[in-house]
Design a protein around this ligand. Structure first.
Ligand code: IYR
Length: 222
């Protein structure tokens, strides 16, 4: 690429102040309605919607624009059952032996346990993998800021799911290496996050918890 081709012109949105205020308020109100959902309907969702959601996540900024993510999208009922069985096996071990008393206490308000039926109910499961390194001419090439990049992409993925009117749960069965085997991923990829995607169940209930207020999360230096 020669010097002139390295930078191209760009047409950013340019809204006036009123529009900026309105848009920022609207997204806040919309985002504040999002809840992590653990009980889903089996109602179908077209692949086109999932595709748009994934490509929205893939617009995320990443270190040196490496885009170090792979989204495995599971629709096969057989694969969902395998994922559920393997996740529950690990979760059972965790809940019964690996998690500390303090951790179990922290989880009490959520009423979670090792059972993960939603992994078979939902029409889609998205498993996000991070690419820890790349192979270039047979050489291992390190990727910088992988966790930050994939974390940002996951945040955008969650918001895209919510924006489409769908629900998800940030699920991290632990340990989750079973996903590498089940989904046949290469040795430079590591499982990062699992997101069941569906409509919430008709009788869905969510934990009675609140979000921190502005003063609790923001320190202003003006
Ligand atoms: N992975 C377990 C435990 C769990 C951990 C955290 I941190 C949570 O916010 C919720 C659950 C599970 O999925 O049940």
């Amino acid at each position: 690429m020669n010097q002139e081709e390295r930078f191209i012109s760009h047409e950013p949105f340019r809204f006036d102040e009123e529009e900026v205020l309105l848009r920022s308020r609207q997204l806040l109100e919309y985002s504040d309605r999002r809840r992590s959902i653990r009980s889903f309907s089996d109602r179908d969702i077209p692949f086109e919607a999932i595709k748009n959601i994934l490509m929205t996540a893939s617009t995320a900024p990443s270190g040196a624009h490496k885009q170090p993510w792979t989204f495995c999208v599971v629709r096969s009922q057989e694969m969902k059952s395998k994922i559920r069985a393997a996740a529950e096996k690990e979760e059972k071990e965790s809940y019964e032996h690996r998690m500390s008393d303090q951790w179990l206490k922290d989880l009490e308000p959520f009423g979670t346990d090792w059972r993960k039926p939603f992994l078979e109910t939902v029409p889609w499961i998205i498993v996000v993998f991070k690419r820890a390194f790349e192979y270039e001419n047979g050489q291992k090439h390190q990727i910088f800021y992988v966790n930050e990049s994939v974390g940002i992409a996951c945040g955008m993925l969650i918001n895209a799911i919510h924006h489409a009117g769908l629900a998800t749960l940030t699920h991290t069965p632990s340990p989750m290496n079973f996903l590498t085997t089940l989904l046949d991923r290469p040795d430079n990829e590591r499982p990062f996050l699992l997101l069941p995607v569906g409509y919430p169940a008709d009788d869905v209930k969510v934990p009675n918890i609140r979000r921190k207020h502005f003063e609790e999360v923001v320190k202003l230096f003006d």
